[in-house]
Design a protein around this ligand. Sequence first.
Ligand SMILES: [Zn+2]
Length: 278
Amino acid sequence: MNYTIDDNHLLQGENVVHLLTSKNNLEFPPNSPDSLIIHYTAGSGAESSAKYLQDKNVKASAHIVIGREGEIFQIVPFNKIAWHAGKSYYGGRPGFNNFSIGIELDNAGILTKTGNEYQSWFGRKYPQSEVMEAIHRNETAPRFWHTYTEKQLKLNMEIASVIIAAYPKIFEILGHEEISPGRKQDPGPAFPLDKFRRTVLGDDRDDLAAGVHELPESGLIVPSKLNIRSGAGIAFDKVAKPLTSGHEVQILEEVNGWYRVKTEIEGWVSKGHVNTHT
Ligand SMILES: [Zn+2]
């Protein structure tokens, strides 16, 4: 293994630069971190994004930023709470900052096509070879996305493996788009999220991840009101009045973080709002 995590919870290895921030000093509570959250920076470069997240006046941070050429910046030690998730909710739990490690990947995010050019929100243009047209798991129409580099994806896989080996409570890997659906689109469809978490978590974590790999038979609705829709995404029509807290549903199928459920009616609900550990 080329990378290690030292006694100070810092990553050590090739091209790792520590840009530690003074703003995140709270340690994780016991039994955490237990989750890994993948993000894109929506920025123009790994170093500038890392320096922004390091800034004590910025109300955001992450544990590490991985660049497109294999550069790595660590901003927060892995035993401390960083501010990468914001308002978040999944699997019956809110507030993912308190129990998750955040990895940011340098990527411009959503691109807009004008003529033959693809442009980021900050005005940089990208060649077609760095663009993917795809439908986001929370949307129904395709958009243009900045692709990740092979080097970056491979390194992310390696670093994630080192992190979960060092922090054995970690049982799930999620995209920011899954814990903050609608509000966040990262890491987006250019990132192979489903394959990545299968590969990194592996079968030996199945006992920890009860309910993550296998489809549960039933669950209870968690929020006071939860929309039930005709398809797996917030863009689909509502098929009935919202389901209410405590309502029991039969779970039939899972697609892209949504459950097709059956109760008096049948439809799709965002799976993070269903408590299946009953
Ligand atoms: Zn994010």
